[in-house]
Design a protein around this ligand. Structure first.
Ligand SMILES: [Zn+2]
Length: 252
């Protein structure tokens, strides 16, 4: 199939970031027929949780690659670039090489919009922060006429509240070190169908389903307020905001 130009490129660090972080944004765009590609920097081989039952730790990279493939189908992604930088070790990898590779993908796909992690990495994850910085640098290095709009995933007050409640529901005493943004530029609010589609994509990542992600299934309100609410910050955009169809402004 010939590459479609002018779509969306999402640059993430781990298999599951795309569904848990940006599943709604991706669905909103792919369902509108906008070609959406994903770069995932690592196989997520450090995310061992003992799941799914019967899994072996040494198979985790392979398991997560398969899970990502399933999630990509659930999100109707046009293509996935899965790189093998070490999970938890993106900061120790060659940042210039990563930036160059992101730049190469942007040059090849010519997306209208790139979405990546911001400097907070959502909850300070070093791989997220490093991938976000390389993505920012790659976008900045494009010549002005070729440069796509750039957005960062963000956590706002309502989303931080959702994580607090949801994780509490799961019985965990773990809390994410979230620093919610005072102001975000775009919030994608999903309808109930879209939330269910996002849940299906998240559920593909069976090895990563914390107890709270299972517990919230019985709380549709929480699902709607949390999974159904995706804030973004426009870093450079010609048309920040949402179109009538709820797409990023560049897709007007
Ligand atoms: Zn991640």
């Amino acid at each position: 199939m010939e590459e479609q130009k002018g779509g969306l490129l999402v640059v993430m660090a781990h298999p599951d970031d795309e569904s848990m972080g940006s599943g709604g944004l991706i669905l909103r765009h792919t369902r509108a027929g906008i070609a959406t590609h994903l770069i995932c920097a690592t196989y997520g081989e450090a995310g061992w949780t003992g799941k799914p039952p019967g899994a072996k730790k040494e198979d985790l990279a392979e398991i997560r690659a398969k899970e990502l493939e399933e999630a990509a189908a659930a999100l109707a992604l046009s293509g996935v670039e899965l790189w093998d930088y070490p999970d938890g070790g993106v900061t120790r990898s060659d940042q210039q090489e990563i930036t160059q590779r992101v730049w190469d993908e942007i040059s090849k796909l010519r997306p209208r919009v790139v979405v990546g992690w911001g400097p907070d990495g959502a909850y300070g994850h070093p791989d997220h922060i490093a991938m976000g910085a390389c993505t920012d640098a790659a976008v900045a290095a494009m010549t002005e006429g070729e440069r796509p709009a750039l957005y960062h995933l963000a956590v706002d007050q309502p989303l931080a509240e959702f994580y607090r409640e949801a994780m509490h529901l799961g019985g965990g005493d773990r809390a994410l070190p979230l620093q919610p943004q005072e102001k975000v530029d775009v919030v994608i609010e999903l309808d109930a169908d879209e939330v269910m589609m996002k849940v299906r994509a998240i559920d593909c990542h069976r090895s990563q389903l914390e107890d709270w992600r299972i517990a919230i299934r019985d709380h549709p309100h929480l699902l709607q307020n949390g999974y159904g609410h995706e804030p973004y910050i426009a870093i450079s955009s010609r048309a920040a905001g949402l179109t009538e169809k709820g797409l990023l402004g560049e897709f007007a």
